[in-house]
Design a protein around this ligand. Structure first.
Ligand code: HEM
Length: 67
């Protein structure tokens, strides 16, 4: 069941994207994101490019985990 929080869970994000989309996720984290998931926007996160890239790769791997 989808619980409505401010933003999507990392698991939900993993289901929508693939390895090909890592640059897009990095951009969302560093520059912020809006209108892709719902009515709330994510502000830019204080991460280095390397940190955002590592997190994006980790998020994508979650698609293989059972929930
Ligand atoms: C280091 C912390 C965070 C990480 C790694 C992270 C990561 C992400 C990622 C990867 C997405 C998907 C973006 C896309 O589809 O392109 C997302 C969406 C979102 N996040 Fe975060 N997030 C973080 C912190 C936050 C915080 C603090 C907030 C709220 C203040 C937030 C609110 C949201 C919202 C509302 C969305 C949906 C945006 C949209 O509809 O486009 N996030 N987040």
């Amino acid at each position: 069941m989808r619980r409505e929080l401010l933003g999507p869970s990392f698991y939900e994000i993993s289901k929508r994207y693939t390895e090909e989309d890592i640059d897009e996720l990095v951009k969302s984290m560093l520059q912020g994101s809006s209108k892709k998931w719902g009515k709330f926007s994510m502000p830019p996160q204080k991460l280095t490019k390397e940190e955002a890239y590592t997190i994006a790769k980790w998020i994508i791997v979650l698609k293989n985990k059972s929930h």
